[in-house]
Design a protein around this ligand. Structure first.
Ligand code: SAM
Length: 285
């Protein structure tokens, strides 16, 4: 039997800006990129000019330095950096500048290389950065945390969290209980992973005290003969699952809302129209 070659994927972002460096990676085959951003001071009174650009006193240009793969099999996409990570890093930076992460614990799901968690670690009290423990992803996050230790101002913990397994260890249960804000970027690209992800967020939202979840993703379109049009099937699956309580005999104790992307860009990337952001909030008791 002839074996089909396994699909290799590459994030689109590498060719949009020059993030490239000549720094030697720790792991052979990887590259090190530097992702620039505007480091703004935390204030409870951030000001924006008429173009909605952040009006801060002498904002500093900084970079997040990330070791990553340039291409991977679909099962190891976490070893790359995806566009949703930047949109979510923008949002988290925006919340941070407004003082909304002071004394907060942030949990990242499907963190990949850790980029968005490092942005959160500038402003939060504690960041718990998680992903499935395959292909050295957690070791890569720890390595990238070392590269960015100057930026990490919070307590920073890396641990495994697999959406497919909601029988959490006592350690994970304790961590999740203490979380205020959950973030996830670009984890909607496969129907099985999406279903497991929604089960995970449902369990998180059933863990007191109340929490808020922000999910950033890029809608991925494919052309299908069946529809004779471009559709984003994984995104459709995600929306169906998020709204299951409105159709089936399912009770969620949380509500969802799509957010407008009217906050500034701190990171350097293309904020393409396929990027969307969802907010999930606990229902008032
Ligand atoms: C496209 S990558 C996004 C990575 C990163 N958030 C970013 O935006 O650059 C999808 C992420 O989902 C993670 N993932 C896939 N299956 C998972 C599972 N069963 N449990 C937890 N995370 C999973 C992958 O390991 C990967 O980090």
């Amino acid at each position: 039997m002839q074996q089909m070659p396994e699909l290799t994927v590459t994030s689109e972002i590498y060719n949009e800006y020059d993030y490239h460096t000549k720094i030697s990676p720790t792991n052979e085959g990887n590259v090190i990129s530097e992702f620039p951003f505007v480091l703004a001071k935390q204030t409870t009174a951030a000001k924006f000019d008429k173009d909605n650009d952040l009006d801060v006193v002498r904002p500093k240009k900084e970079v997040i330095k990330i070791e990553h793969s340039s291409k991977t099999k679909l099962a190891l996409v976490g070893l790359q950096v995806w566009r949703g990570a930047f949109l979510l890093a923008d949002l988290i930076t925006h919340l941070g500048i407004k003082g909304e992460l002071i004394n907060k614990t942030v949990l990242e799901l499907g963190a990949g290389t850790g980029l968005t968690s490092f942005a959160a670690a500038l402003y939060a009290k504690k960041v718990v950065c998680t992903d499935i423990n395959v292909g050295g992803i957690l070791e890569l996050i720890k390595l990238n945390a070392k590269y960015n230790d100057k930026l990490i101002k919070s307590q920073f913990k890396v641990m495994p969290l697999d959406f497919m397994d909601i029988n959490w260890s006592q350690e994970l249960t304790d961590e999740i209980r203490d979380v205020d804000i959950v973030i996830a970027a670009d984890v909607i690209y496969d129907d099985d992973v999406t279903a497991a992800f929604v089960r995970t967020i449902d369990k998180i939202m059933n863990t007191n005290p109340p929490k808020t979840i922000y999910i950033a993703l890029e809608k991925r379109y494919v052309f299908t003969i069946e529809h004779l049009d471009s559709v984003a099937p994984c995104y459709e699956t995600f929306l169906t699952l998020l709204n299951k309580d409105k159709m089936d005999d399912v009770v969620y104790n949380w509500t969802v809302q799509e957010m407008s992307l009217d906050f500034p860009k701190y990171f350097t990337y293309d904020r393409v129209k396929e990027l969307v952001l969802w907010k999930i909030s606990s229902k008032p008791s």
